[in-house]
Design a protein around this ligand. Structure first.
Ligand SMILES: [Zn+2]
Length: 136
């Protein structure tokens, strides 16, 4: 029996994120008053409280802020991927995202390492943003 993957459940506050991801763009709310991006999505800017927010594509570039290597799957859906890296990526635009780091060399992962967004096409409707080491 195949193990079902766990899919995101978009809601009105996160649907733009998932719609952009399906188009292989990383999009986050950007405050039109102070110019800062933020994540997770909120109805007001966490820096200046403005409600003038606009979903804006990010560069997809960032660095590894922190990471861990997972050796015990939280569910059977992840068992085939062990061991894998879960990272917090600091985007060039500022926000931190918790994400999967796709690599075939877990031992080479380092804090501060440049990474770039990539997309895992889970099915015909859903693409999951992940990150991989930047090509230098
Ligand atoms: Zn703001």
């Amino acid at each position: 029996m195949a193990i079902e993957r766990i899919f995101p459940s978009p809601n009105p506050g996160t649907a733009p994120y998932w719609k952009a991801a399906r188009q292989h763009q990383l999009s986050l709310p950007k405050c039109q008053a102070c110019g800062k991006f933020h994540s997770y999505p909120r109805s007001q800017c966490p820096f200046c409280s403005s409600d003038k927010l606009e979903w804006t594509n990010c560069s997809g570039a960032g660095t590894i802020f922190s990471y861990t290597e997972v050796f015990r799957a939280p569910s059977k859906a992840f068992a085939a991927d062990l061991p894998y890296i879960v990272a917090i990526v600091e985007l060039k635009e500022g926000p931190h995202l918790m994400t999967r780091l796709v690599t075939n060399d877990n031992a080479s992962v380092r804090i501060g390492q440049p990474v770039t967004v990539a997309f895992d096409d889970m099915d015909e409707e859903t693409s999951l943003p992940v990150f991989k080491a930047s090509q230098t």
